[in-house]
Design a protein around this ligand. Sequence first.
Ligand SMILES: Cc1cc2nc3c(=O)[nH]c(=O)nc-3n(C[C@H](O)[C@H](O)[C@H](O)COP(=O)(O)OP(=O)(O)OC[C@H]3O[C@@H](n4cnc5c(N)ncnc54)[C@H](O)[C@@H]3O)c2cc1C
Length: 402
Amino acid sequence: MRFPLTRTEALARLTEFLPLAGRAYAARRNHDGGPDGRATTSLLSPAIRRRLVSEAEVAAAAVAAHGFGGAEKFVQEVCWRTYWVGWLQQRPEIWARWQADVVRMEAMLAEDGKWQRRYHQAMAGQTGIDCFDAWVAELQETGWLHNHVRMSFASIWCFTLRLPWQLGAAFFYRHLLDACPASNTLGWRWVVGLQTAGKTYLARADLIRDLSGGRFQVAAPLAREAAPWPTDIIPPPIPPAPVQHADPALRTGLFITSEDVSLETLPLPASPVALAATSGIGGAPAPLKRRVADAMLADGVDRAAHRLGLAPERLDEADAVEAMRAWAARHRLAQIITADAPVGPVKDRLDVLAPVLAGDGVRLVRLRRAWDDVAWPQAKKGFFPFKAAIPKLLALPPAALA
Ligand SMILES: Cc1cc2nc3c(=O)[nH]c(=O)nc-3n(C[C@H](O)[C@H](O)[C@H](O)COP(=O)(O)OP(=O)(O)OC[C@H]3O[C@@H](n4cnc5c(N)ncnc54)[C@H](O)[C@@H]3O)c2cc1C
């Protein structure tokens, strides 16, 4: 497997990549040798997405290896993820809108044969655009694409194939091992000019040829213009919910989700007497994405079980609320601690769970990493003002809770 599935493997990948995280990264990061070529970037995104390793650990390791100046570009890229997550956290409506758009647009497809054909040709990698068709195969076979490829892919999808960005984002979300509600949705919105008003990304054949080391001819014509998508209204930021604190005196269970599989590496504020995770990740991901996420979750559960000396239980994913209530009752829990989940499906589930558990007299406490707590409120505007918070983030101990 090209991507780490366990924390041990992720830390080993980080160590192996560190010599390249300095000036080499700044110079070469946009080059993509393809699935068989030598990687110019860390390939850590699936691991970071589920927190096999955290942004704090990755950034601290890069700065330790190269100093802040040498690692600046790499650290900034890590912080792009934090920024997108913080930005969406304060505008959950953008996530809800995208989900509704996908349902609406898929229904509309049934009524427009021409559009439907173009959409299916794109997802089958049968557009006749050599790079695009190869990237579709790479995405489906490996669950990953290089950042510059993602930008070009999204641009060709929207401006050359004239397909809606929402459906492209859904295609990525289904397959990407690192699929992240924030980085994916906002990455696509950025390409069509919805994040930076009026600024779109136009894929260029010469750049694709160059950055792919000449693997692609890009003979088929690409769009010459990238007119911004009609602007939508971006809601004003809602400040992130306040941090919750666990009561160390309460009988506590630890619940691990696929959002953060390394909670046990942090100093827990209460000693758990029971440990659980769901039986798997929900939704309708591609089989490879599901297998990888399940493997990472299993690794997190094993590590927590070992560290806490508890026998883990897996709760039925299909009936998560009742399974959780029964688990809490079996262990006479008064409090369940779990990782805070940013906007996305896990947060939606925790939001449903919390009041039901409260009705049973059980507190659901979402622990937030200090990195998120400091960063999210800074993501009110663009990335450039956000960058000012990076030194503060780097000063935090990587294993800190808010
Ligand atoms: C349309 C589009 C969709 C995207 N969807 C996702 C997604 O669902 N999940 C995701 O993690 N990233 C997404 N990205 C960002 C980026 O492409 C990947 O994070 C990056 O390719 C991961 O490769 P790497 O781990 O080798 O990154 P490296 O270059 O080694 O960077 C280290 C880490 O920094 C973060 N990072 C790097 N670049 C970016 C970036 N531009 N935006 C956000 N975070 C970044 C990732 O966590 C990455 O692992 C998307 C970008 C675009 C343009």
